[in-house]
Design a protein around this ligand. Sequence first.
Ligand code: PLP
Length: 395
Amino acid sequence: MSNVHELNYLKEQVQELKDQGVYRVLPVLEAANEAEVLLDGKKVINLSSNNYLGFANHPEMKKAAIEAVEKYGVGSGAVRTIIGNMDIHEMLEVKLAEFKREEAVMVFQSGFNCNAGAIQAITNKGDLIISDELNHASIIDGVRLSRADKAVFKHSDMQDLERVLSEKRDHYTNCLIITDGVFSMDGDIAKLPEIVELAEKYNCMTYVDDAHGSGVLGESGRGTVDHFGLHGRIDFTIGTLSKAIGVIGGYVAGKKVMKEWLLHRGRPLLFSTSLPPAAVGAITKAVELLSTTTEYTDRLWENAKFFKAELGKLGFDIGHSETPITPVIIGDEAQTVAFSKRMLEKGVFVSPIVFPTVPKGTGRVRCMVTAGHTEKQLLDAVRVFEEVGKEMGLL
Ligand SMILES: *Cc1c(COP(=O)(O)O)cnc(C)c1O
């Protein structure tokens, strides 16, 4: 019998990944994450980041981060509930709540942490959670941590949601409907107005994870709830500070009592150290920027529309995205990976997304347009799409 400490069972599993052609090697960035990046020693156009507004290397945010480090140090020193709660954390939450037009905001260390902490904190045994089938992995994990029962409805299918509600709602105390605000693999927007109506009809709470909507949709990036004018009718809105905001962190926005409760039962908040000063300083500056100008979101949408129009002319299947997320659907898994590889050889980094992240046979490269791209970079990328598409017989 082999020695378990050699981890042979993991070696076998890793070998299986290699046999299936899905073994990962991480690309290495050698400078800031921008519209053009130095990747594995080569300068390429970056169509794969979540850095929607170009904030990840924003000079004013960097300055704010450095100032925060000088005044507050590099670490917060503790979890927030002990001695890791600084005035800058408090100020950030006030600013974010104002920006989001909600009563209160509770900041976590990441968007993932919000879902890991909030869902289990606000549901109990005897409750029901109803989740869109395409919800993000962190929602799925968050739901697993809850003692509530779970049900899934077909993606954005309101008839199916109502079917679940009419069959099950009566058997439970509270019911929570959870959806992504913007679905990250296709770029479509949740049908929030219809979801809210059903939630009100069946006396359910609503929970929107707006990681890809925050900083993108709504007035100056206030998010999907703002986009639909549904303030006050969504009980819990999750935003991330790691994507459009360009730093790290997440938050739950909603009622004051939500914040009071999460302070006592939001486990990542109670058992994991709070955001470091540099992050808080930079994020606060980002919120200030978005509160004073729509220039960043305007530019993001201009670029997204321009890129989609140019790419659309070539005749690729670009799905039904309603946001800057632009999938180019290739289909076959191996062909998708080969497509991405060839794009990179020609100077464009666009990541392949295949099963199990998306259904089999719907492999795609996912283009993430940002405010930081120039028209020339976008046109160059489109030209490379055309070349590779023709080369591989897809056009
Ligand atoms: C990216 C993402 C998260 C995780 O956010 P982080 O701040 O990167 O941890 C959570 N939910 C959704 C829907 C996401 O797309």
